[in-house]
Design a protein around this ligand. Structure first.
Ligand SMILES: [Zn+2]
Ligand SMILES: [Zn+2]
Length: 250
């Protein structure tokens, strides 16, 4: 089985002591590619540095809603000029913590969508307690390719996302709340989702509580395969192909 962790933050200091080991271990354990996600200027640069160090790591650049008030379009454009940037993200709205004012979050989300369109890049969307506004901004600006990372919406929203031609990505959170995600995981079309760890956070069962690592996407795949009544290999094969197409990976 070959899997892709489409969303990790291996640049975070929780990996400072053993980053090299964590990465090599992931590659030894069926992880084909890792996409390391930026959340502001510094972390996007760190993601790029990791991507230039490891052939099988790719990077994104973007300003997370928490960092929206520090957004610099000049810096984003400069980052997007570099090799191995496969998406703009993570970008979106976060009304749970509201670390940037909502008005600025919305403006900066919209600006980054426009930049992604210009560069013909997919976007990785962070949506926390902001479904209605996220959907409205996306529909207004209609980016080409959209994934809702760490999907946490309901069944109706899943259908709406699918109708728009967009994607969902699932983290270990689905293993915490089977009731909430059962029908979503059962019914979502097989060509419209993939998986991610969001490492170091959201470690799936049975490792919940520990620091997350990229190879734990296999636990998420196993969980999904149980619900869909397919073999883990089949789910791995399809989610890997979906992610490769979405992010335009080699
Ligand atoms: Zn996020
Ligand atoms: Zn993230």
């Amino acid at each position: 089985m070959q899997v892709i962790d489409t969303h990790a933050h291996l640049n975070f200091d929780r990996y400072d002591k053993d980053r090299e080991q964590v990465i090599q271990n992931a590659f030894k354990n069926d992880v084909k590619y890792i996409i390391n996600i930026g959340i502001d200027k510094r972390t996007s640069e760190q993601s790029l540095a990791l991507a230039s160090q490891y052939k099988r790591i790719f990077a994104t650049a973007g300003w997370h809603p928490h960092a929206a008030d520090k957004y610099s379009e000049e810096d984003l454009l400069e980052l997007l000029g570099k090799d191995k940037i496969v998406a703009v993200g993570e970008i979106g709205l976060d009304y749970c913590r509201n670390l940037s004012p909502r008005k600025i979050q919305k403006e900066v989300f919209a600006r980054q969508i426009e930049v992604a369109k210009q560069y013909d890049l997919p976007i990785v969307v962070h949506d926390r307690d902001a479904h209605a506004d996220v959907m409205e901004i996306l529909k207004d600006h209609s980016p080409q390719k959209v994934v809702f990372h760490c999907y946490a919406g309901d069944y109706d929203m899943m259908q709406e996302v699918i109708e728009q031609g967009w994607f969902l990505s699932f983290t270990g959170v689905v293993t915490f709340d089977k009731n909430k995600y059962f029908h979503i995981l059962q019914d979502i079309p097989e060509d419209r989702f993939f998986v991610e760890t969001d490492a170091p956070y959201l470690t799936p069962k049975p490792y919940r509580g520990k620091r997350n690592r990229p190879e734990y996407v296999k636990q998420i795949i196993e969980f999904i395969s149980m619900i869909r009544g397919k073999s883990p290999n089949k789910i791995a094969e399809k989610t890997t192909a979906n992610a490769e197409e979405f992010f335009n990976l080699p």
